[in-house]
Design a protein around this ligand. Structure first.
Ligand code: NAD
Ligand code: ZN
Ligand code: ZN
Length: 361
């Protein structure tokens, strides 16, 4: 039987979100209903509310979550009721052209639940990133449920479901940062500081954190930054070059996603280095470069979708590293809040007061 629960809905562009009664259908074939235990507030939720992703309002926000599988539909064998799972927003189909050529992290046809969750009026909701987890329960494709060690706390584990995985993956998977490498990370919110933590985990020896907010730089130190650069005070490209023997970093991650920060990422790389764009730009942004610099500086610019992760491979491994004390995921949790506090959490994010506010249910 379909269930009615509370969820956080964005009705129109730029307007404050509200908590509404939503209807969650029973899981269809291949689907699961998950009782959400915790869901982090990611900047992408704010992008949705601002109309920066698309205009398919109303949105059911929230997509960085962990919880317990409540029920599963026909044919679901990988997860069972009671399993502790992190929700992922790229459930690989295994059959598209990316999957077939052995690059499933690029999967071009990821799975989501087929039937929509709805408002009391019957209007269909667009769940953020196909999840919609600022809600007591949510309907997802069973492939979006990744089982991890239940010893991890939900408010910590859920963060791997988006921002923290995107950041760690941007450094390690997309950027390929490894032992002895240098990396600069521009924008040290939840995503950028996860890139810092990922670079430390991978053995990078020079980790340069760049932000315009001193508080973020202080936190970046705690995650393993060896140097910090305040982009509001100094020229970022020159500063990164100075800190890397005049050369630039092997990898530069842009975790802001604006033309000016991507330009910094492009030029703060060493020759043949890699610039990774993990911050999400809005559709109005454009970017121009002298083509001779694209050629002359060599290397590559890459986008990082979800940190090029494979949830089934990466979530359990990162949770294990966390439980062993090697990945301080708990430091990303600035505060735990209730469903009714999401709008205020957006303002705290805009004011730079938090790395992650996490809704606990
Ligand atoms: N690619 C993905 O799969 C993926 C996943 C999650 C989030 N994102 C995106 O990553 C970005 C960051 O998300 P977040 O949750 O960490 O946001 P956040 O708001 O917590 O962090 C953004 C940080 O950038 C800093 N900043 C802003 N302008 C800057 C500038 N000009 N120079 C240096 N620093 C600057 C801010 O001070 C802040 O610390 C967003 O665009 C979000 O949509 C992408
Ligand atoms: Zn695929
Ligand atoms: Zn996110």
């Amino acid at each position: 039987m379909a269930q009615q629960v509370r969820g956080v809905v964005a009705h129109s562009k730029g307007k404050a979100v509200s908590v509404e009664t939503i209807t969650v259908p029973d899981p269809g074939p291949g689907e699961a209903v998950v009782k959400v235990q915790a869901c982090g507030v990611c900047h992408t939720d704010l992008h949705y509310r601002e109309g920066g992703i698309n205009d398919e309002f109303p949105f059911l926000l929230g997509h960085e979550a962990a919880g317990l599988v409540e029920s599963v539909g026909e044919g679901v064998t990988d997860v069972r009721p009671g399993d502790f799972v992190i929700l992922n927003w790229r459930a690989v189909d295994g059959t598209c052209r990316a999957c077939r050529r052995g690059e499933p992290w690029y999967c071009f046809s990821t799975h989501n639940a087929a039937e929509p969750m709805t408002l009391e009026s019957g209007q269909a909701l667009s769940p953020a990133l196909g999840i919609g987890a600022f809600a007591e329960k949510t309907l997802v494709h069973a492939g979006q449920c990744t089982k991890v060690n239940p010893a991890a706390r939900p408010e910590v584990a859920g963060l791997l479901g988006c921002g923290v995985m995107a950041g760690i993956g941007a450094a390690i998977n997309t950027g390929g940062v490894g032992r002895g490498d240098s990396i600069a990370v521009i924008g040290c919110g939840g995503v950028g500081n996860a890139a810092v933590a990922g670079a430390k985990l991978a053995g990078a020896t020079t980790i340069i954190a760049v932000d315009i907010d001193p508080r973020k730089l202080q936190w970046a130190r705690e995650f393993g930054a060896t140097h910090t650069v305040n982009g509001a005070e100094v020229d970022v490209v020159e500063a990164v070059r100075e800190l890397t023997g005049g050369n630039g970093a092997d990898v530069v991650v842009d975790a802001v996603g604006r033309p000016e920060t991507f330009r910094q990422a492009f030029y703060a790389r060493d020759l043949a280095g890699t610039a990774v764009l993990v911050g999400v730009p809005t559709p109005d942004m454009t970017f121009e470069l002298p083509l001779i610099d694209v050629f002359g500086r060599g290397g590559s610019t890459k986008s990082s979708w979800y940190g090029d992760c494979l949830p089934e491979r990466d979530f359990p491994m990162l949770i294990d590293l966390h439980l062993q004390g090697r990945l301080p995921l708990e430091k990303f949790v600035s505060e735990t809040i209730a469903l009714d506090d999401v709008e205020e959490a957006f303002h705290k994010m805009e004011r730079g007061e938090v790395l992650r506010s996490v809704v606990v249910l």
